[in-house]
Design a protein around this ligand. Sequence first.
Ligand code: 8YV
Length: 316
Amino acid sequence: MSELLILSAITDHMRSRIEAAFDATVLADVDQDAWLAQHGADVRFILTGGHLGVPADIFARLPNAEIISSNGVGYDGVDTDAANARGVPVCHTPNVLNQEVATTALMLYIAAQRNFEAEMANARSGNWEKSGNLPLARSADQRKIGILGLGRIGKAIAAKLAPFDPTIVYYGRSRQDVPFPYYDDLVAMARDCDALICVAPGGAATHHLIDRAVMDALGPEGVLVNVGRGSVVDEVALISALQEGRLGSAALDVFAAEPHIPEALRALPNVILTPHIGSATVETRHAMGDLAIDNLIAWKNGQPLISPVPESAGLL
Ligand code: 8YV
């Protein structure tokens, strides 16, 4: 008997909370096929991550699944149509990571703007003493910054940028009641901006939204920051834009086929790359894990889910 099946990596903190509340199995710890054949029908609750979701072949072997809790705000890997078709609600972990991801965006923006990685390398390598200073960087202050995806995290990014006295503008599906000018055309916004910060979710609606035209509009001095999803950026177009100097620089935390980063991208001097660390701190992963588990406990106790995804609204 195992009522909870865990598909994603969990922290020690999550493990101890789960052990106290559930009879649980981590799928990676067992012989998957044999275990699913023997215990699949016992599983009522699923814990997974937003990239992995619940693979269709596994979901099919969990006929009595009642709830999917996805540890992350983005849930593009979770097939919500398949879950809806089976009447299984999905929940995720919004809000608790807003500040952390905003900090990551800010770090990347400043690092790109101020050429921080190359400056650090110039000092550490001893080249400063031999060859002197690098060309001057561009200030991170008083820039016009476009945000793609002005949701909860996008607004936190705007707030964290405030001391840099930026002009914030945004592009998204619709105009919002916010004090920032709205663009209904991403290319036009990119043309007007010094930097574009992408915090858009993944999925079909945002796939390759940042294409060659957007990069060319951002231009040879422009900075592209991506802390949303790699799928939003046309990575092939990005590599050539950076190689050809049509785009100034990019600072990326997310990639099209994680954890793979194309060699051509890694070889470029005008990129800053981090391995999807947007929410990766002890404190924030603790809070995300708690919310993912609290949703499962609420469901088990017959209480309302704390943070269901909008697509599940019809089931609740
Ligand atoms: C994590 C994220 O990498 O929450 C998200 O959508 O992209 C990150 O916080 C991921 O969710 C961990 O499962």
